[in-house]
Design a protein around this ligand. Structure first.
Ligand code: IDP
Length: 139
C-alpha cells in the first residue's frame, strides 16, 4: 500500500530564480500538506550520498556541483498516494518533455537544472526524509 508522504527539494536554481513561493503554491494547490520544511544547503558529501545511485553517470559531477552551489528548500509532503501524485505534479526530468501544468514545465530551465526533486518510491521518501529532518521537525 502506498504511504501518504513524500520528500521534495526546491533545487538551487528554483531558489536563485525566486520561485520558492510559486513552487510552494503549486504544491499546496495540488492538495499536498507541508509537514516539514527548511532552507538548507547540501555539502558535497551530502549531495554525493543523496545521488549515489547516479555515481557512474556522466552528469554526476555536474549534478553534485549544481546541487551544492546554493540553498535548497527541503520539505516533506503529505497526501494520499503522495509519491506517485507528486511525481505527476513535478513532471518529466527534462522540462522539454514535461506536461503542461507541471512544476518543471513552468520553472525548470534544463534537464539538470529542473527546479524540484521528488522521491521515486516510498522507501526512498522515508530515507530522504530522515536524511534531512529529525523526528521533532516533522508534524
Ligand atoms: P528525477 O529527478 O526526475 O527522478 P533522475 O533520473 O533520478 O531524475 O535524475 C536525478 C537528477 O539528476 C535530475 O533531476 C537532474 O537534476 C539530474 N540529471 C538527470 N539526468 C541528467 C542529464 O542527462 N544531464 C544533467 N543532469 C541530469
Amino acid at each position: 500500500m502506498a504511504t501518504n508522504r513524500t520528500f521534495t527539494m526546491i533545487k538551487p536554481d528554483g531558489v536563485e530564480n525566486g520561485h520558492i513561493g510559486g513552487i510552494l503554491n503549486m504544491i499546496t494547490e495540488g492538495g499536498f500538506r507541508i509537514v516539514a520544511m527548511k532552507l538548507t544547503q547540501l555539502t558535497v558529501a551530502d549531495a554525493k550520498a543523496f545521488y549515489a545511485v547516479h555515481a557512474e553517470r556522466p552528469f554526476y559531477g555536474e549534478l553534485v556541483e549544481f546541487m551544492t552551489r546554493g540553498p535548497i528548500v527541503a520539505a516533506i509532503l503529505e497526501k494520499e498516494n503522495a509519491v506517485e501524485d507528486f511525481r505527476t505534479l513535478i513532471g518529466a526530468t527534462n522540462p522539454a518533455n514535461a506536461a503542461e501544468g507541471t512544476i518543471r514545465k513552468k520553472y525548470a530551465t534544463s534537464m539538470g537544472e529542473n527546479a524540484v526533486h521528488g522521491s521515486d518510491s516510498d522507501e526512498n521518501a522515508a530515507i530522504e526524509s530522515a536524511f534531512h529532518f529529525a523526528g521533532r521537525e516533522m508534524f
